[in-house]
Each structure stands twice: as structure tokens, then as C-alpha cells.
Design a protein around this ligand. Structure first.
Ligand SMILES: *Cc1c(COP(=O)(O)O)cnc(C)c1O
Length: 433
């Protein structure tokens, strides 16, 4: 299994020189829906979920898929069918979870800025637990719960002040970050929580960041959680559940050393908090969805610049913002495998949006491509479609789910009328054309 993860990684493989998603040739999907589009593999999503199941086997646990990585209803339905719980960070995501069929007892509510409306929604609909992140949130949640005649199970998200050694925009466990309460003040805050009538303290929550490629920060954070659990128990709290967050990284660059495997991560969990008799929750998002998806685009033009060549694609930063936002790397591959011995050359790969930031990569060695060729971005299943926009009035691109030899459109491309008709003209401007 572990070997499988490194070597296979996903179900996007060439067969007879043509890139397939499981058993479906990518050009077949392109012909049916047009480019650009996202395509996800059910088998990869399933395998990644199961890797975590195996990693935590023998421990009482629930894997709560962090849907912000990819919240398509079909992906969620698949996760629910596998027995997953789900981590939501907004009222919208809570609604998505229910719509996809998650039982309320399997929905965890995280997030640093929950509103009264979101609290009411989840308290009325049912929730496994709230992970609270501040004292004002605690007080508000308790008052909302009392008003609705409920007592809500909570953990407090602690900020362990460890360096996750990841991109600054996705590190969340340092003292300077907005997340959680400082672990140094945790005992005081737990005492306050226990005194609030609408709350029932059940555990501790921690999430230190995303795309972690080293287990050391997890180890440090979880040791602190273990120590805190003992102190809180000594203070008289019932700590029966530990939410250890998500964040395990994925290999974006195939040529690079792979990040730790879920199995190794599971060993860290066992070693650091396995002796506490707690139910373990984890919230992986990226590792489940990331390598289960690709973005497929067409080359519009191959253009020669002053000192470099450009591939101008029909996909852009609005479709996949990670390169522009985080300087993220995605492997870029031809859908039709290059002939052996065909020389590569350096390209800047860009989209048509009117910003220089609309650049996927600079001076990447790629096989020569021409107008009409299909190009794929690997590892685009997480934080891809969910972060897309319609900037430049470029319609949200379709999402496709593959299952063996079948594929289905799981989000259709909107029409231009749908996009334009979302806007409305105020009365005083009507007729003034
Ligand atoms: C984003 C997030 C996750 C998921 O992180 P990944 O890196 O995608 O695994 C889990 N928990 C919380 C609270 C998050 O904000």
C-alpha cells in the first residue's frame, strides 16, 4: 500500500501513449465537455481515504474529510459512502455536508470567525462538535445554545506555537497566526468554557497548517496536546476526543522526495497521543483530494517572445490560482505522450487573463506543443476548483468524476446568460441605455 502511494500516487496513467483517468481516455472527456475542466478519480479519492483508515487502525478514530479542499457534492457523497466524517468551516459547507448525506453526528465545525447564523444553523440541524477558537466565540456559542435549549459539545482549538515549516499563507500554528488560543492560556480558557451553561467540553483541537512535508511539527504539536490533555484532566475536565487537524502534504513535484506517508503520520499519532484513551479525529483535505484531480486545458497559442516561448492556455489563474497565490508548483504533462527522444524546451505557461500574475510556471522544460494540444496539471484536485472564480467573465469550469470506465459531469459549466443574469440593474438605471 505504502509503495502504491509513492509509485502509483494516482490513477492518471498513460495507456498506449494517451493519458487516462482510470479507464477513461482524457481526450474523450475533452471532446464531450470542452476544455478546460477538472477531472477527479474515484479510485484515488477512495485509496487516499483508506490510507488514513489503515494508518489509524486499532485506534478509536474518525476521519473528518476537510471539505474546503474540494467540496463538490459528488466527492462528498463518495466520502460519506466510505464512512468518513467531515470538517466544515462555514454555514455553506455545513449545508453542503447535509446535502451530500453526512449524518449531523459526523460533522465537525471549525473556523476562526463563526457567526450567530452559522451557530444557529448547526445547532438546529445537529453537529458532532464545534471547535472553538476564542473566548468571545465560546461565550456567544454558549448563549446561542442556551437560547435554543441545547448543550453543544466543544473542543478548544489550541495554538501550540510550532513552526509547520510550510508556506507562510498556510501555516496556522505559530503564535503570530490568527488561529486558536495560545496553548499557554489553555487551562484558564477551559475553566471558562466549563463554566458556560451551553457548552460541554469534550476534547482538544489542534491544526498547525497545510502541505506539511515533515512529521516533526506534528510530533511537537501532538506532544503538547498530550501534555495539555493530562493537565486538563487533572483540572477535572473530561477530555475524551482529540481533533488533530489535517495538513499532511502531498508530492507536487514527482521528481522530488515524497512527503511522509499517512502510515508514518499514523505512527506519530500513536506515539504521541495513543496512550490517552481518546477518540482520535483527523481532518485531512489535501492528501485525499490533491492527487486525485487534474486540470486539463488546451493550448490556444504557442507564442515566441523576445527571449522566451510561451504556451498560452485556455485555463487561467481564475481556474487554478495556486501558482499565482502561493507560487505553487504543479507538474504539467502532455495528454498525448511525447514521442521518445523528442527534445524538450523551456516554456512560460500562462493563461489569457490580463495580469502578469496569470502565469502557471516560468521556463519549465516541456515537450514542444502547438495550438489545440491538450495539457494536464497534476495534483489539482485540492484547492483548485474550490478557489476558482469567474474573473474576466470566464465561466467556472466543469468538474468531472471518473469511476473505472465511466465519467460524469459533476458540475456543469454555466452559460453566459446564467453568469450575466446574476447581476441586476437597479430601477433608477433601467431604460437608461
Ligand atoms: C484547511 C484545514 C484542514 C485541512 O488541511 P489540509 O492541508 O487540506 O489537510 C483541516 N482542518 C482545518 C481546521 C483546516 O482549516
Amino acid at each position: 500500500m505504502a509503495f502504491c502511494y509513492i509509485a502509483g500516487m494516482d490513477h492518471f496513467l498513460y495507456k498506449d501513449g494517451i493519458l487516462h483517468a482510470e479507464d477513461v481516455p482524457i481526450p474523450e472527456i475533452a471532446a464531450a465537455v470542452g476544455t478546460p475542466f477538472y477531472v477527479y478519480s474515484s479510485a484515488t479519492l477512495t485509496r487516499h481515504y483508506r490510507l488514513f483508515e489503515e494508518a489509524l487502525a486499532g485506534m478509536d478514530h474518525l476521519i473528518c474529510y476537510a471539505m474546503k479542499a474540494n467540496s463538490n457534492q459528488a466527492v462528498l457523497r463518495l466520502m460519506a459512502s466510505l464512512g468518513a466524517g467531515v470538517d466544515v468551516v462555514s454555514g455553506g459547507e455545513y449545508r453542503r455536508a447535509l446535502a451530500a448525506g453526512f449524518a449531523p453526528e459526523r460533522i465537525v465545525f471549525s473556523g476562526v470567525g463563526k457567526t450567530v447564523e452559522e451557530m444557529e444553523l448547526a445547532l438546529s440541524g445537529g453537529i458532532r462538535q464545534f471547535n472553538v477558537e476564542s473566548e468571545p466565540e465560546m461565550a456567544l456559542l454558549s448563549s446561542v445554545a442556551v437560547r435554543l435549549g441545547k448543550v453543544v459539545p466543544i473542543t478548544v482549538r489550541v495554538n501550540p506555537d510550532v513552526d509547520a515549516k510550510t508556506h507562510e499563507k498556510i501555516a496556522t500554528g505559530k503564535a503570530e497566526n490568527k488561529f486558536g488560543i495560545p496553548i499557554s492560556r489553555a487551562r484558564e480558557v477551559y475553566a471558562q468554557a466549563a463554566a458556560l451553561p451551553g457548552l460541554k467540553v469534550i476534547g482538544v483541537d489542534v491544526h498547525i497548517g497545510s502541505q506539511l512535508t515533515d512529521l516533526e511539527p506534528f510530533e511537537q504539536a501532538y506532544l503538547k496536546v498530550s501534555e495539555l490533555t493530562r493537565s486538563l484532566r487533572a483540572d477535572g475536565h473530561t477530555i475524551e476526543r482529540l481533533d488533530l487537524g489535517g495538513g499532511l502534504g502531498i508530492p507536487y513535484e514527482r521528481s522530488n522526495l515524497a512527503p511522509p506517508l499517512p502510515l508514518e503520520y499514523g505512527e506519530v499519532v500513536r506515539r504521541t497521543v495513543g496512550d490517552l484513551g481518546c477518540e482520535i479525529e483527523i481532518e485531512p483535505g489535501r492528501l485525499i483530494a490533491g492527487n486525485a484531480g487534474m486540470l486539463i486545458a488546451s493550448v490556444i497559442y504557442e507564442k515566441s517572445g523576445e527571449d522566451r516561448d510561451f504556451l498560452i492556455l485556455d485555463a487561467a489563474m481564475n481556474d487554478l490560482i495556486r501558482p499565482a497565490m502561493y507560487g505553487a508548483y504543479h507538474d504539467i504533462v502532455p495528454v498525448i505522450e511525447a514521442a521518445p527522444g523528442e527534445g524538450q524546451k523551456p516554456y512560460d505557461v500562462v493563461g489569457p487573463v490580463c495580469e502578469s500574475g496569470d502565469t502557471f510556471t516560468k521556463q519549465r522544460m516541456l515537450n514542444p506543443a502547438q495550438s489545440g494540444d491538450l495539457i494536464g496539471f497534476r495534483s489539482a484536485g485540492a484547492y483548485g476548483a474550490v478557489m476558482s472564480s469567474e474573473y474576466n467573465t470566464r465561466p467556472l469550469i466543469p468538474e468531472i468524476l471518473v469511476h473505472e470506465h465511466q465519467f460524469a459531469v459533476i458540475r456543469a459549466r454555466p452559460t453566459f446568460d446564467e453568469i450575466i443574469n446574476r447581476d441586476t440593474i437597479p430601477e433608477w438605471l433601467e431604460g437608461s441605455d
